[in-house]
Write a protein that binds this ligand. Structure first.
Ligand SMILES: [Zn+2]
Length: 383
């Protein structure tokens, strides 16, 4: 079954040989893209979809999200935005609620958020554990996530589990031992929150190295709240991505520019905590590959909207609209080491977002406006 999507006013392909096309068409065959080019030259297909001049981009690739959780942290956000200090709970609130939830409750939450993201054009989404912090609860989170996305990340090293408050070394031993053994079969990636109050450089190195020995590829929560060793450790260990990158020295930027590690920026976190945004312009000017992602989680960034992240990145982080759209699609694909998503080209997965707008610039130009006209995932129209 093939489908011709034609009369595209603008088509962002992210393919260097195709660029951004006007008056374009795409042919889907099965779950793949079969043809891309000028509408006037399009081949026949079994079915035809008239885009009526709208813009199309690759489906968003959200390469950083924390979606297996239970509970709610509205009060914490409300207090923070009301200028009150909020001392109760934080991440421990989510850990307690997640541990208390049934598998069915966690899966219902997860599928609700994946569906919410899909309706906004996200066709690939990464999902981390990190709210269980016991062997059983971390493995459960990843088992549930793996049923819904191939991009699962073991984040037992999110924070030290409350039971190990007085024995962080004991927790690192658990995370690199029994917990890793239980989680590795359900995960593609290993991640660590390398930050003051979470895990230091030596602990992060031990955790990432242990994960890599089990075949998991490193990615790192790095330099979010302070300067620190996270970014350079990520580059040194060949991590796919260093995430947050808010507090960077020149040496950090140089390391990213000279390495293979993508800088994944998560403006939802700074937005929701009233913090300083990362400087995307500085990274781009240095030649670093930048990805944009939501960091969707109940504490510090409860948005699943990639369009929102694009708008903030353009307004506050020095990105052009084209750069931000690229970072939210091809950049995310690079951060997940995927060559089959984040682009519209023959052979790529038919993951497509049709916008209710004549160009992708509208994602930043019309912030907060729902612009999803249609979404195809694996060649199937979902929205
Ligand atoms: Zn995160």
């Amino acid at each position: 079954m093939s489908t011709l999507i034609t009369n595209l006013g603008s088509l962002v392909t992210n393919d260097p040989s195709l660029g951004t096309l006007t008056d374009a068409a795409v042919v889907i065959d099965g779950d793949r893209i079969a043809w891309v080019g000028a509408a006037a030259a399009a081949p026949q297909a079994d079915a035809r979809f008239d885009a009526e001049g709208r813009a199309m981009i690759p489906g968003f690739v959200d390469s950083h999200a924390h979606l297996v959780f239970a509970g709610d942290r509205t009060a914490e956000f409300n207090a923070r935005m009301s200028g009150q200090s909020y001392t109760a709970g934080g991440i421990r609130t989510t850990v307690a609620a997640t541990r208390a939830a049934t598998d069915a409750e966690l899966e219902a939450n997860l599928t609700r958020f994946i569906g919410e993201a899909l309706r906004q054009g996200t066709t690939t989404i990464e999902c981390k554990s990190g709210y269980g912090l016991t062997t059983e609860d971390e493995a459960r989170a990843l088992r549930i996530a793996a049923a819904h996305t191939p991009e699962t990340t073991y984040l037992g090293a999110h924070v030290v589990a409350p039971e190990f408050k007085e024995d962080p070394a004991g927790y690192v031993e658990l995370v690199t031992g029994e917990m890793l053994d239980a989680c590795a079969p359900h995960a593609r990636w290993v991640d660590v929150f390398c930050e003051q109050g979470a895990f230091d450089g030596d602990q992060a190195r031990a955790i990432l190295t242990a994960g890599a020995k089990r075949g998991l590829i490193p990615r790192v929560h790095a330099n979010q709240l302070h300067h620190g060793p996270g970014v350079q450790l990520a580059v040194e260990l060949g991590a796919a991505s260093a995430d947050h990158c808010t507090h960077l020295t020149d040496a950090d930027v140089d390391a990213l520019a000279n390495g293979e590690t993508v800088a994944t920026l998560l403006p939802g976190a700074e937005f929701s905590t009233r913090a300083k945004y990362p400087d995307a312009r500085r990274l781009l000017d240095a030649g670093v590959t930048v990805a944009l992602s939501t960091d969707c989680n109940p504490g510090s960034s409860f948005t699943s909207s990639m369009a929102f992240c694009i708008a903030v990145a353009v307004r506050e982080m020095g990105m052009t609209p084209d750069e931000a759209v690229y970072a939210a699609t091809a950049g995310g694909a690079r951060a997940l080491r995927r060559t089959d998503v984040g682009l519209v080209a023959p052979g790529a997965r038919a993951d497509l977002l049709l916008l209710d707008a004549p160009s992708a610039v509208h994602l930043a130009y019309r912030p907060g406006v729902p612009l999803t006209a249609a979404v195809w995932q694996d060649g199937v129209r979902k929205v």
